[in-house]
Each structure stands twice: as C-alpha cells, then as structure tokens.
Design a binder for this molecule. Structure first.
Ligand code: PRP
Ligand code: ZN
Length: 286
C-alpha cells in the first residue's frame, strides 16, 4: 500500500480556513465532506484529520497524525514533543497580558499578587517565573476576556489579534509575552517515506510563500534607457530584455515586491518606461 502522510488541521476556528487554503494552493485536492473527521486527498498521498486546535500538538507527538497545522501558542502551551517544520506566516497574533483600561499600568510589578485569567497557564507561568512575579493564575477555557468585568480576575492573558475583543471588554494590552502564527509541526520520528512527502509539501508551501507579495512586471523602454530602468528594478535575478517589433524599443520583464510598487513605478515612468503592466504571481520555484 502506498504510504500516506496524515495531517491534522483545525476543524473550525481561526486557523481552519487558511489551513485548507494553504493545502489547496499547494495543489492538494480534498474529497471534501466538511463534517467528516478524516478526509483523503485526491491527488497527493495525504489524509486530512480535523481536530480541535488544543488537541493537535499531542496528536502529532503521539503519532495519531504525522504532521499538523496549529498556532505556535498551542505548541508552546502544550509542550509536546513535536518539531516545527515550517512557520506559515498566517493567523499572526500575540499572546498578551491585558488589564482594565481605566487602571494605570506601572510595569510588570502591577501583576504582583494579582489574579490573572487565561487559557494559557503554562506560557503564563513560565513568563511570571522568569520575571519573578508572584501572581495567581486562574485557568478558564473560553471567554477569558469577560473575567475582569465580572470580578473573576484582575487581568487576563490571552490571544490578541485585531485587539477588538479587548476594546469591547474595556481592557488594554500592556505586555506582549509571545508573538504567534500558524506553524507546520511534525512528529520527530517520521519514516523516510513520510519525511519525503513532508519535504514535498514544504517545497510546495515555500513556492507559494515566495510568490506572496510579488508581482510580475512588464514594460516597454527605449533601448538607450534600458540600463537605467534595469537599475531601478530590484529583481530576483537579472531581468529579461526582449526586442520589440518597433525599432529601438525593448520589453523588460522582472519581479517586483508589491510594497515597492508605487515608489518604483514613478521612477520607471520618469526614466521613460511605457505600457507598464503588473501581473500576480501564483508560485515561484527556485
Ligand atoms: C481569541 C481570543 C480572543 C480573540 C482575540 O479567541 O481568545 O477572544 O481571539 O481576537 P481579536 O484581538 O481580533 O479580537 P479565538 O477566536 O481564537 O477563539 P477561542 O475563544 O476559542 O480562543
Ligand atoms: Zn476567545
């Protein structure tokens, strides 16, 4: 039987959609079936197991799944024996300490003898121990942000993304303890066959990631301006220059960071470029 790799992803919640999207961009088609626990890929040796994110680190460490996509926050909290195979760059957030908005924040000593509600007691205790702060940790599994308002805690330690949960609960973020993002985790003892499948998956993910924020740019330039224009393009490698049918003109192709776009376009036009086109890039293979 063909070896398959089993990947655990979140059933629903902040990582689910982006995890499914990532597999899709890596060219992996699923037989779908949203409500199923496990789903086979059609064109890749993979099975997808849908779990609660809290359960993903352990299921990968135990080998129930070979690999998984989960927030770094869960990896740090669960302290399971998994390798971080790849940082995925989506679902970025931070795990932070927050206090009532009306309180004056005096620094870390604010938390001395305070009661802090959290779903991340392990990360929080490590932090408090390191900073030599003696506080009481009150572990709750959800809706942590309402704890101070109902008098259950003085402060909270939770995920902050947009910050709107804090605002609507009249809290303010005062210490970022750890940044987090989605990561691809792997069982440390994968068979050679499974490791090869994981390597192929990572190769595909990297090709997609490399293309992110990049645009393919095409423009026409008079031949005597080509060198000046090339100097403006911080391309991956040297740009492609092709002669145009019209005498004395060339077509220049390169890859551009989207962030540099507007700044460079102005300079390109000033240097004599015409007919500038940019095209999205799906994948870049190195
Ligand atoms: C987290 C966290 C906050 C919210 C913060 O919950 O517990 O409730 O996100 O996000 P914001 O800064 O964008 O408002 P999540 O949605 O991950 O679900 P959970 O309650 O299961 O942790
Ligand atoms: Zn929440």
């Amino acid at each position: 039987m063909e070896t398959k790799i089993r990947i655990a992803i979140q059933t629903k919640g902040r990582l689910n959609e982006d995890s499914v999207q990532l597999l899709k961009e890596a060219g992996i088609k699923m037989v779908s079936g949203k409500r199923k626990l496990i789903s086979a890929a059609k064109n890749f040796p993979m099975e997808v197991l849908f779990l609660r994110d809290d359960d993903i680190p352990q299921s990968v460490a135990d080998g129930l799944a070979d690999i998984g996509i989960v927030g770094l926050n869960e990896v740090l909290e669960k302290k399971q024996n998994v390798n971080i195979a790849k940082e995925l760059g989506f679902s970025r957030c931070r795990v932070s300490l927050a206090i009532p908005k009306s309180d004056e924040y005096t620094g870390l000593n604010y938390f001395e003898s305070k009661k802090i509600a959290t779903s991340y007691p392990v990360i929080l205790q490590d932090f408090l121990t390191e900073k030599k702060i003696d506080a009481e940790i009150h572990e709750i599994s959800g809706s942590v942000e309402i704890a101070p308002g109902i008098g259950l805690a003085d402060a909270i330690f939770d995920i902050v993304s947009s910050g709107s949960t804090l605002v609507s609960n009249r809290l303010k973020e005062v210490e970022v303890v750890t940044p987090s993002e989605a990561v691809l985790v792997a069982n440390p003892e994968l068979s050679e066959e499974k490791q090869a499948i994981l390597d192929e998956l990572i190769f595909r993910i990297e090709s997609v990631q490399r293309a992110e924020g990049k645009k393919y740019i095409l423009l026409n330039a008079p031949n005597d301006k080509v060198d000046e224009i090339i100097a403006l393009l911080p391309g991956m490698k040297s740009p492609t220059v092709l002669p145009l049918a019209e005498q004395g003109w060339s077509s220049v192709h390169s890859v551009l960071n989207e962030n540099d776009f507007w700044e460079i376009i102005g300079k390109l036009k000033a240097a004599g470029a015409q007919g500038i086109l940019t095209i999205p890039i799906e994948k870049m293979i190195m």
